[in-house]
Design a protein around this ligand. Structure first.
Ligand SMILES: Cc1cc2nc3c(=O)[nH]c(=O)nc-3n(C[C@H](O)[C@H](O)[C@H](O)COP(=O)(O)OP(=O)(O)OC[C@H]3O[C@@H](n4cnc5c(N)ncnc54)[C@H](O)[C@@H]3O)c2cc1C
Length: 415
């Protein structure tokens, strides 16, 4: 469908947790309450035409048998067929330039054409990319699947795997690969002796820094039971060949050199060392030092980008990157978008109510499965037993929650 110049575009960049939720919420609860509602179109631009349950990647990368694939990957445009004709448009493409003074976005389309899209409101939800291409939609979903296939083909020949990164992604990936390749030590054994494929997890400081040390220690114990050794306090300084574990040399053997001078020989190297915001298309004056979009942590507006520009999800600077934070921000964000649109339609500020204010819940919350039956974590400041971590997350890595998010049924009510 081509651009309709008679419409006021509410443009959303990024079709994942933040972007899809915002699109549904706007279509259900914002646009229908505006005067001249048919003059608006929600335009969702995303590099990938399919969304994925991203937290599932550490297990999904091993084999297609780990999850029902039709639930893991879901077509984005299909989720919006429920809305009236003309209310929504999906564009598969990548935003390459945001001109925030001219108020348009340049998009490189999947078929290599480009399109300039003027926006009435803009929501930036382009998330982050990981160093390892195994852990999310750094590109489109076909590319992620191809990357997994290359990795899976190399896995049977690996005799030693090195994973860098002591955050949840590194721990989960080590736990999944460890259990899959080595099995689990018996009930009373604290560690698996002579694992078939030893896995070394290297971290610059401690593991799971968001969680209290006692929980991190428990994780280390579970990892030892699936053949994973944790090396703490020594960052990876170089990897040879350069690019090992990234798209260009995904499965090449690697020599990994640590800060303390030690070297590790890896048949497979997985850099699970954090994620970089997808903001290369945004002027640096709108970014923080870490490259996130400078976002008002209360209103979720991008104050320096002109009127009606917002950010949601991991790309913003307003909260820790986590799905529960996104779910908590969407109603606030959309209430403020509605307010701004009503005022632009001529409503009196006094009649549209005050801004809604987001406040991040910063209590200790993180669940980390370690293989298919164990896990560690805490929720809202309370430590959870392994069984509950398994029940809530470890069984299927949140796949039980994504159906309602992608279809929008999660947002049936205005909050
Ligand atoms: C391995 C892993 C495990 C995780 N586990 C958990 C967990 O258990 N619990 C939890 O709360 N969080 C978890 N997270 C974090 C969680 O996945 C993120 O908070 C969430 O995915 C962020 O959603 P998002 O919509 O902000 O962006 P993302 O999910 O990063 O998606 C961004 C989207 O934007 C698209 N895009 C990127 N650049 C452009 C562009 N220029 N133009 C157009 N489209 C673009 C991408 O293709 C993608 O579809 C995990 C993350 C990883 C990597």
């Amino acid at each position: 469908m081509a651009q309709d110049s008679s419409k006021k575009n509410l443009v959303i960049l990024g079709g994942s947790y933040g972007g899809i939720s915002t699109a549904h919420y706007l279509l259900k609860h914002v646009v229908p309450q505006l005067p001249n509602k048919t003059s608006y179109q929600v335009v969702l631009v995303s590099t990938s035409s399919q969304a994925i349950c991203r937290p599932a990647c550490p297990r999904a990368l091993i084999s297609d048998d780990m999850f029902p694939q039709e639930k893991l990957f879901v077509s984005v445009p299909q989720q919006f067929e429920q809305y009236p004709d003309g209310a929504f448009r999906f564009i598969q493409g990548t935003a390459t330039e945001l001109n925030h003074t001219g108020r348009y976005v340049t998009v490189s389309l999947k078929d290599s054409d480009t399109e300039k899209i003027a926006y009435h409101a803009l929501i930036i939800a382009t998330g982050t990319s990981t160093v390892s291409p195994l852990l999310g939609l750094n590109d489109d979903y076909e590319s992620l699947r191809a990357t997994w296939n290359t990795f899976r083909a190399a896995l049977p020949n690996a005799k030693h795997i090195v994973i860098a990164g002591g955050g949840p992604t590194g721990i989960e990936t080590a736990g999944e690969l460890g259990e899959y390749l080595n099995g689990r030590a018996g009930w009373f054994a604290s560690k698996l002796e002579n694992p078939k494929v030893p896995i070394t997890l290297v971290t610059g400081s401690k593991i799971l820094p968001v969680l209290r040390p006692a929980i991190a220690r428990k994780a280390e114990g579970f990892l030892a039971q699936v053949g994973v050794t944790v090396v703490k306090g020594s960052r990876v300084v170089t990897v040879s060949p350069t690019g090992a574990g990234t798209k260009s040399a995904l499965t090449s053997n690697a020599t990994v050199t640590l800060e303390d001078g030690k070297t590790l020989e890896a048949d497979l190297y997985i850099p699970a060392t954090g994620a970089a915001p997808n903001t290369g298309f945004i002027h640096e004056s709108l970014l923080t030092a870490s490259g996130n979009v400078e976002t008002n942590a209360s209103t979720l507006r991008v104050d320096d980008a002109g009127v009606r520009v917002y950010a949601v999800g991991d790309v913003g600077s307003h909260a820790r990157p986590a799905v529960h934070n996104i779910l908590n921000t969407v109603p606030t964000l959309c209430a403020n978008i509605k307010r701004d649109l009503l005022i632009t339609e001529g409503k009196d500020e006094g009649d549209v109510g005050d801004d809604h204010m987001f406040k991040e819940d910063t209590r200790e919350t993180q669940l980390v499965p370690i293989g298919k039956s164990k896990g560690v974590g805490a929720a809202m400041g309370f430590q959870l037993p392994s069984f509950l971590v398994w029940l809530i997350k470890g069984r299927d890595y949140w796949l039980w929650t994504t159906g309602g998010l992608w279809s929008g049924s999660q947002w049936a009510k205005e909050l």
